[in-house]
Design a protein around this ligand. Structure first.
Ligand SMILES: [Zn+2]
Length: 361
């Protein structure tokens, strides 16, 4: 099959978005799209290209002082009567239009059309973001070739509707157990009720006042919530065990250890087991390429409250943020679509930021 990513398509980020959407690529079925992307990148003399599985990396080697990483996942969630794409007025409908082939299109368009950017650029088009993290192409690269991710600043082109979303919150889950003593409910005084013992814990949760933290102008809102409770033996038994699962979403000024210590403090006196934890990421907007990027956008950043792949860059000491033309509220929806104007705006912004500096500046 001829590669649909022709030079004409690459030159137009809107056409490129449509063409990428029409290359079906549900998670773990990214071979065809990765082949097409790798093929066009290898045709660009200013890029050196490498590949791991269905993740393609391309970079310039221009000897610039700073390196910027632009990354996007090639996979989509399963199609849902929304393939191939359709266009209505200023909207492109289809699976992956917002999340995130319009973002991938911006990066691929830049890779193909900007041979002399003002920073060295690394492009990562990666597989399997939408499923379990063990398949995530960015994770596989950070394990096998962390040097591919090296840079001074990274932009993930995930849907943000043209707004900069910086950093991300961390998340951890704990299980808290209360113990009692079984007895027949007809002689309840002989037992100790483990469910009743949860009352104190639930009260602490109800009384808890989560922090709001502003870092680099981004406001993060923490949350501490019971997400599951279970206990009970039978309709006539005083229960001897109860289990509560609690999720803390924490601002990135806390490390995972500090976040756990905080949870232990809140539930002092109870038996706590950590079951899951992922670090957040500081916005890191003070790096020079980040400041120039914000200047090109001309808007204040917002905090990212969910966990995203920017944390994988943060773990390597690389500040990263999300910026893409799609609307995050439309991600994974059957009527997923992207505004053509947002794609054009995004391409213009990235060109303004990364175009070679003239002597006048
Ligand atoms: Zn996505």
């Amino acid at each position: 099959m001829a590669n649909p990513l022709t030079q004409d398509v690459l030159a137009d980020p809107v056409e490129l978005t449509r063409t990428l959407v029409d290359l079906r690529s549900e998670s773990r079925e990214e071979k065809e799209i990765a082949d097409c992307v790798e093929d066009v990148l290898r045709q660009a003399p200013h890029l050196s290209v490498d590949r791991l599985g269905n993740t393609v990396m391309a970079r310039t080697e221009l000897g610039r002082d700073q390196r910027v990483v632009l990354a996007g996942h090639l996979d989509t969630v399963p199609i849902n009567d929304n393939f191939p794409s359709t266009v209505q007025d200023d909207l492109i409908f289809g699976c992956g239009t917002a999340d995130m082939k319009s973002g991938v299109a911006l990066a691929l368009h830049l890779a193909a059309t900007l041979p002399d950017p003002c920073y060295d650029l690394t492009f990562l088009f990666y597989e399997a973001e939408e499923i379990e993290s063990k398949y995530n192409g960015l994770k596989l690269v950070s394990d096998a070739h962390p040097q591919w991710l090296a840079g001074d600043f990274a932009v993930l082109l995930e849907p943000t509707y043209g707004v900069v979303e910086a950093g991300c919150q961390g998340t951890l889950r704990v299980v808290i157990r209360t113990a009692g003593k079984r007895a027949h409910t007809a002689r309840a005084w002989r037992g100790v009720n483990a469910i009743h013992a949860m009352g104190e814990l639930l009260q602490r949760l109800a009384d808890y006042r989560p922090r709001t933290v502003t870092i680099d102008g981004c406001t993060f809102r923490e949350g501490l919530n019971a997400v599951r409770i279970s206990g009970g033996v039978a309709g006539n038994v005083v229960p001897d065990a109860c289990e509560l699962e609690v999720n803390l979403r924490f601002a990135p000024d806390r490390s995972e250890d500090q976040a756990l210590a905080h949870v232990r403090e809140v539930f002092d006196g109870f038996d706590i087991e950590l079951t899951d934890s992922a670090a957040g990421a500081l916005p890191g907007l003070t790096a020079e390429p980040a400041r120039e990027f914000l200047a090109a956008i001309g808007e204040e950043p917002a905090a990212k409250l969910g966990w995203t792949d920017v944390a994988r860059f943060a773990a390597l000491g690389i500040p990263a943020l999300n910026y893409g033309p799609g609307d995050p509220l439309l991600a994974h929806a059957p009527d997923e679509h992207v505004e053509i104007g947002k794609i054009r705006d995004g391409a213009a912004t990235l060109h303004r930021w990364l175009a070679p500096r003239t002597n006048a500046e």
